[in-house]
Design a protein around this ligand. Structure first.
Ligand code: PCA
Length: 331
């Protein structure tokens, strides 16, 4: 051992100066803001991803995950990465629909309502999304879906008529639009803040996954979850492209490998979590049931309106994604 050490030391001492300068840089710490709680499956996946990168790069890149919007609130994460305040982070894709309709491709009501279809839609959307993000100096690493979206209410609801005037927590353009079209009153609130919002009556309803209701223990304020399976929105992990360009080829390969693993593991967790969390809502005292036929029919009509609006906003590029997706599901 001593001998080996000595030999290595001698070898390093014998290296020409240029080689010493080109030696690996000191370990880099990458702060990674995410908007969701530490226990949420997306955050668990991000934490595993960080571990994989640290191990794979021999500690050269040390990603530190900051959950619950503690470093930057969800709505600021993308900008913080673009402006180089942090190198990496996670955000809800549809949180950017204000910037470009394409970001809302995963939130077209009733287009892709299962994990299989959500994967096919992502296959069709991934390249255009990668290009769109690249045009904003962001490099897409991986993306994981949320479980299917259903409607939460404090009071029993059997039709759209029953929704009128209800205060509704939204998290994206599509969720606000659903509220408008059903006569509810939307207010945008990050997942990290919803327990408080429901407890204080700022909102009495939302559309989300069983996962988020479970994470935030919404049974303390809400009583009904209607399985609507409206869509499966996605989170994605991005890196500042300038930072990415500065990463060595070896480390890039490690990060890409870890990202692929994370996408797979995260998607698996999302599937596993779906029934587990719906049972968790029941155990918390909520009624969990499919929406009534009447409500389903009415929501389908609203879905058609929203689909047409999205296609108009997203133009040819949006239509091409939807067409490619439809082709892939008809095979
Ligand atoms: N949970 C997140 C986004 C979609 C979901 O299922 C939220 O409610 O904010």
């Amino acid at each position: 051992m001593t001998k080996l050490k000595y030999t290595l030391k001698a070898a390093v001492a014998a290296l020409p100066m240029t080689a010493v300068l080109a030696a690996p840089a000191a370990a880099e710490k990458w702060d990674m803001p995410v908007a969701y709680s530490a226990s949420n499956f997306h955050t668990v996946t991000a934490t595993e991803f960080a571990k994989c990168v640290k191990t794979g790069t021999g500690g050269d890149i040390d990603i530190v995950v900051h959950p619950s919007g503690s470093l930057f609130p969800g709505a600021q994460i993308k900008r913080a990465i673009q402006t180089g305040q942090v190198p990496i982070g996670e955000r809800l894709l549809s949180g950017h629909e204000n910037e470009n309709a394409l970001f809302g491709v995963d939130s077209i009501p009733f287009l892709a309502t299962s994990f299989d279809d959500a994967a096919k839609l992502w296959d069709a959307a991934k390249q255009p999304m990668t290009d769109l993000l690249a045009s904003q100096d962001l490099t897409l690493l991986y993306s994981v879906p949320w479980p299917p979206q259903g409607l939460y209410f404090k009071n029993e609801v059997n039709s759209v008529e029953d929704m009128k005037g209800v205060k509704f927590r939204s998290y994206s353009n599509a969720t606000s639009r659903i509220a408008e079209l059903t006569g509810m009153l939307p207010v945008t609130i990050e997942a990290a803040e919803i327990s408080q919002a429901f407890a204080t009556g700022v909102a009495d309803s939302m559309i989300s996954s069983g996962a988020t209701g479970y994470d935030r223990k919404v049974w303390e304020s809400l009583n009904y979850f209607y399985e609507v399976d409206a869509w499966l929105p996605r989170n994605y992990i991005m890196v500042n492209s300038g930072v990415w360009d500065g990463v060595s080829e070896e480390s890039k390969n490690v990060i890409k490998g870890c990202a692929e693993l994370a996408e797979y593991a995260g998607t698996w967790r999302a599937k596993e979590y779906t029934q587990f969390t719906l049972q968790g809502l029941r155990d918390g005292g909520m009624t969990v049931a499919p929406a009534s036929e009447k409500m389903k029919g009415e929501l389908q009509e609203i879905g058609e309106t929203m689909t047409n609006e999205w296609l108009e906003n997203a133009g040819d590029e949006g239509k091409a994604i939807v067409d490619q997706f439809k082709k892939s599901t008809s095979n």
